[in-house]
Design a protein around this ligand. Structure first.
Ligand code: F6P
Length: 297
């Protein structure tokens, strides 16, 4: 181990935020490798009423056991389980979406893992986040981490927990000034009129890129600039995505990278958190595109 590596290892040993990030990074190669053979549906639904895949349940259990082991973590919550898990004494709470976009597993498209580290108990406002991160299982495994106002992209390599290695490839990541892509979820006939009008304007300037897993779609926006939305729908004004597990952590990353987030009215990070599985419309991307949305709404 060189000096930089051992310094980092010491810091990780002391600081529960770094340890939570490190646990997710170290688990990523194992989660990726474990996806093969876990593409089957279970008979169960998660707290949001979605059918769980064997991979969802497995990744949830793996991360629960590792994250609740960290000293300083008092609560663990997952999109895949109804109740918040009491992890003992500790001022930090971790919220996990173990496999975001897992419906993409059947068609072998990209997916992710999302981590939010909050100060205090859950549910919590996004302003309580002290770090957030996502892993993208794409052609390669990458991890984007936001902490202390800066964002770093890593490549994660290795075959399992023991030899997993995280190598920084882009530091102080910022959304490009000249945005090029957009990706909007939900069926077009279900969009509200005001969102359809906004989408019409955006289509004039940007290119459609939508993959159906939030992490893949958001990572395109972080890389090329643009806007991702899972909007309010006529049939579902609260949208589809979950504030604690998806909206807040992604907003924290995009805002730390110089972009903006909104639920249609205010930054997602300012939205009141009433319930652990609460849904929210999600709009994230370049600041001028989010300002335009709020002005049109
Ligand atoms: O959390 C659920 C999720 O898979 C997100 O990753 C993604 O953005 C969205 O659902 C896709 O939904 P749809 O299939 O409606 O486009």
């Amino acid at each position: 181990m060189d000096d930089a590596q051992s310094e980092r290892a010491e810091a990780e040993a002391e600081d529960p935020i770094s340890r939570a990030i490190a646990v997710v990074a170290r688990s990523a190669p194992e989660i990726r490798a474990g996806l093969t053979g876990r593409r089957t549906k279970t008979d169960d639904e998660n707290a949001s009423g979605e059918t769980q895949l064997a991979a969802d349940v497995w990744a949830d259990e793996l991360l629960e056991s590792r994250l609740t082991d960290i000293e300083g973590v008092g609560q663990f919550a997952s999109e895949e389980r109804e109740e918040i898990v009491d992890a003992g004494d500790g001022d930090l709470s971790v919220a996990i979406d173990p496999l975001d976009g897992s419906s993409n597993l059947q068609s072998n498209n990209s997916m992710g893992t999302i981590l939010g580290v909050y100060e205090g108990e859950l549910p919590a406002k996004g302003r309580k986040l002290v770090a957030s991160a996502y892993v993208l299982y794409g052609p390669i495994t990458t991890m984007v981490v936001a902490r202390d106002g800066s964002v770093t992209e890593y490549v994660v390599e290795g075959d399992g927990e023991e030899d997993a290695e995280r190598r920084a490839v882009r530091e102080d990541l910022a959304l490009p000034d000249d945005p090029t892509v957009y990706g909007f979820g939900g069926r077009v006939p279900n969009w509200t009129d005001r969102f359809a009008d906004y989408a019409g304007d955006v289509e004039e300037d940007l290119k459609l890129r939508y993959g159906g897993a939030m992490i893949g779609d958001v990572n395109q926006v972080v890389t090329y600039g643009g806007v991702f939305a899972y909007p309010e729908l006529d049939s579902r004004p609260e949208g589809k995505l979950r504030l604690q597990f998806e909206g807040n952590p992604i907003a924290y990353i995009v805002e730390s990278a110089g972009g903006a987030s909104s639920n249609g009215e205010e930054s997602l990070l300012d939205a009141e958190a009433d319930e652990i599985h609460q849904r929210t419309p999600v709009y994230v991307g370049n600041a001028d595109l989010i300002e335009r949305l709020e002005a049109e709404f």
